[in-house]
Design a protein around this ligand. Structure first.
Ligand code: PHE
Length: 371
């Protein structure tokens, strides 16, 4: 039965509400089942025609017929209803499935189908996956570990003793209500992916070569280069006779694979409790070619230095091996190197994104660029 406008006898708010809802429901039902262009026009006329369209009937029957005390209320409600109906009518389209039919009802299979956009890999995950793939091609496997970690794995076994000042640099977010536990069992959000070094060495005997992608947290307010949640890629290689030369060669190769073969690397002394010696790896700025300038402008990504900090690294500290000694990691027999980089950071560099926050806003227009 097509919808007809009923006469109103009851003008109570509840009755008005009910009548308006019925009318809207009918309109939206009709709007969603318009089979072709001719019907679309008929549908519009039926609801909107000046002379005897349903909107006009509503005006005549409901508003003009309203008793004086109900006029104001009914007027407000009718205006709302009219606006909604107008919207429905204006937005009504011929139903998609029938678009492909010509006037004789034959299907035109050359018409474009319904587009169902598929998702795209997030740029940070893509950069992370590509960087891991570089190492996988060198024989590394992927390892993972928990985001909620114990103090032991995040700090103690990585040679940050309790109360050591190096812990302060990690801006740790602690899980509440852990005070009754011994310190090493207290839970926190891991501040780096390095705890997975220990977890993996507990499970696998040497030699090992692993890359560890994952989410980490630090108590940093968000800005263009910081976020309380970000991503890292860790690496660890342990065997007999691994040297700093292996570290340099491996990372130099990885940077060239990832950023381009023209990239040069530079190692500068640094400090991490779990590596000795430690270094920061800089890569020559692949945006300005190391000159620090882009034409007459200063190069921003490298702050005009021609070099960009890419990661932290170093030779595994023998104190770290002491914690997994029983699984074949005798510091007198094995040696290794480790490195850790920000996945968000290398994604920003590779894709030329200048604000870290863009990765976390979820704006489809931004993310579509990687589709
Ligand atoms: N975990 C360190 C950090 O987050 C990076 C690092 C990893 C340094 C491995 C050396 C070796 O800052």
């Amino acid at each position: 039965m097509p919808y007809t406008v009923p006469k109103l006898t009851d003008y109570s708010p509840a009755a008005l509400e009910h009548a308006a809802a019925e009318c809207l429901r009918a309109c939206s039902e009709e709007a969603s089942a318009v089979p072709n262009d001719a019907e679309l026009k008929a549908f519009r006329d039926r609801w909107m025609a000046r002379k005897s369209g349903i909107l006009t009937q509503i005006n005549d029957l409901w508003l003009k017929g309203a008793p004086r005390e109900a006029k104001r209320d009914a007027g407000i409600r009718m205006n709302e209803l009219k606006a909604r109906i107008q919207e429905l009518v204006e937005n009504a389209r011929v139903t998609v499935g029938d678009l492909a039919k010509d006037s004789a009802g034959r299907v035109d299979i050359s018409m474009p189908g319904t587009r169902r956009p598929i998702g795209a890999e997030h740029p940070v995950l893509r950069a992370s996956r590509e960087m891991c793939a570089v190492f996988q091609r060198m024989g590394y496997s992927i390892a993972e570990g928990p985001v909620v970690e114990t103090d032991y794995y995040n700090f103690e076994a990585l040679n940050f003793p309790p109360n050591h000042p190096a812990r302060d640099t990690q801006d740790t977010l602690f899980i509440a209500g852990q005070d009754s536990k011994p310190q090493r069992e207290r839970l926190l959000l891991r501040t780096h992916t390095s705890p997975v070094q220990i977890r993996t060495m507990e499970k696998l005997c040497p030699p090992i070569r692993i890359v560890i992608p994952g989410v980490v947290h630090r108590n940093d307010p968000p800005d263009a280069s910081h976020s309380p949640m970000f991503h890292q890629i860790e690496g660890l290689a342990v065997d007999t006779n691994i040297t700093f030369g292996d570290l340099k060669g491996t990372l130099d190769h990885a940077m060239k694979e990832f950023f381009g073969s023209n990239v040069k690397t530079s190692f500068r002394p640094s400090f991490f409790p779990f590596t000795e010696p430690s270094a920061e790896l800089y890569i020559s700025c692949f945006i300005c070619g190391g000159s620090g300038r882009r034409g007459s402008d200063p190069c921003r990504p490298c702050k005009q230095t021609g070099w960009i900090e890419a990661l932290g690294c170093g030779m595994v500290d023998p104190n770290v091996f002491e914690f997994v000694k029983d699984n074949g990691y005798d510091p007198k027999k094995v040696s290794g190197f480790a490195f850790g980089m920000g996945a968000d950071r290398i994604a920003m560099l590779k894709y030329g994104v200048d604000d870290l926050q863009l990765f976390f806003h979820g704006d489809v227009r931004f993310l579509e660029q990687w589709a």
